[in-house]
Design a protein around this ligand. Structure first.
Ligand SMILES: [Zn+2]
Length: 228
């Protein structure tokens, strides 16, 4: 199969520059945008996104339909230092149509999103704790806003993933909330995307978090019709 992957650069010509990839399937379908590394210390999501791109480049994974736009490491500078990032990039996205992004990276990322108008926007993160045990933490959760058409899909995916996880304490939960200034909420409010955040837990080992991230991404891309 011919692999149609285009590489571009976000925030080109600035110190924030970082690659993105556009992967087109052989037939027309939905567009899905995937971002990882908005926070530099969430390393399993970055590794999963990078491995995903590598598998697509090697022809081990295929986009069968539609278009995938993927930015495997948004905040290179924060990642180099393994810090969340200053400012927190996930508070710099526009909160309404009248608002403007407050960072060169979120500005260019959102410009790319507005150009492709993804039906789905998936933001890969990591967090503290286990959400199943503590309602105040986000580790092992999927987030979307309560009015999103993706609520049902997110619940189904969590159910499916949890079936394969033996330890109940590490099961994923669904959290319905908005976060003004985040990429997810900007994509939902301004682009009407089915916008979802994936959070694995720092309490788990790195390889298992990478596995969960890839598995959930795969399930979401299946639901969006991009993969079998
Ligand atoms: Zn994060």
């Amino acid at each position: 199969m011919h692999i149609d992957i285009m590489k571009g650069e976000l925030a080109k010509g600035t110190k924030f520059h970082t690659p993105y990839y556009i992967v087109k399937g052989p037939t027309i379908g939905a567009t899905v945008m995937v971002t990882a590394g908005v926070h530099g210390n969430e390393t399993a999501s970055v590794k999963a996104a990078k491995q995903f791109v590598h598998s697509l480049q090697q022809g081990l994974l295929h986009v069968q339909k539609g278009t995938l736009v993927i930015v495997p490491l948004v905040n290179q500078q924060a990642y180099t230092k393994r810090i969340r990032g200053v400012p927190d990039l996930n508070r710099t996205f526009p909160s309404s149509a009248h608002d403007k992004p407050r960072h060169p990276l979120s500005a260019d990322l959102f410009r790319l999103a507005a150009q492709y108008r993804p039906a789905w926007y998936i933001d890969m993160h990591e967090a503290n704790g286990l959400s199943r045990l503590n309602p105040k933490v986000l580790g092992q959760s999927l987030l979307t806003d309560r009015r999103s058409p993706s609520v049902k899909i997110v619940r189904q995916i969590v159910k499916r993933i949890n079936r394969s996880i033996e330890r109940q304490a590490t099961h994923f939960t669904v959290r319905l909330r908005e976060l003004s200034g985040s990429g997810r909420t900007a994509a939902a409010r301004l682009l009407q995307a089915k916008a979802i955040t994936v959070e694995t837990s720092w309490s788990l080992s790195h390889p298992i978090r990478v596995k969960y991230q890839k598995n959930i991404l795969r399930q979401l891309l299946k639901r969006a019709g991009l993969m079998h």
